[in-house]
Write a protein of this length. Sequence first.
Length: 264
Amino acid sequence: MIDYKKKRIPLYIIVISIRKSSDDFKIMRERISLKTIGLIGGMSWESTLEYYKIINEAVKIKMGDFHSAKCIMYSVDFEEIEILQRDDKWEELTHIMINIAQKLKNGGADFIIICTNTMHKMASEIENMAGIKVLHIAEVTGQEVVKIGMKKIGLLGTKFTMEGDFYKKILKEKYDIEVIIPIKEERETVHNIIYNELCKGDIKEASKEKYIGIINNLVLNGAEGVILGCTEIPLLIKQEDVDIKVFDTTTIHAISAVDFALAE
């Protein structure tokens, strides 16, 4: 059994290192130009900051010299978004997200990444109405799960992500991954810590212990790994905190965006 707890090297360094060779680097740097990434951020800015850092570090490692990502970011006022989420006004939120995507497209973005799991609830509407590719966080995460060969996965995130079908449906239908979620009381705990603490940059050891307990319960229910399906959760839970494999969706999504930006 793999001891994931001892794997302390950041995922993006591992992924990049595997793909890295001097000859490939030379070819890549001479022939490939970067697409412009459009980021919809600010939900919350705490995790959006991680996206920007990981994306640019990945480009630097992959391309060398003074290379950095070509990107355009639209950062929302999360207070406005959170109120609409809480009031279940998803149609209004969809219109807001489509409008932002259109602005990024008009500004020169070649594709979009939404720097939050929850707002992928309307990803297909954004892509169709704004007419620009949305790199879906559940799809790239599902690809990583499949690479490892896992079939039953725990999912942590906001209650919108855990209880809705927009995320689980992709994992099941595209990748044949069975998804299990915590019990109702634990879902409330996960959700409340995200909004009341993590989105505000408040990292508490007591909350980490609660998350670890919830993850352990998912393992008892058969989970082979756990998707950290909120981009704030990796601020609290690291691979070294638990024995089971965790899938950091922030890192996976950010690295996938760089790969897509570099693809011909």
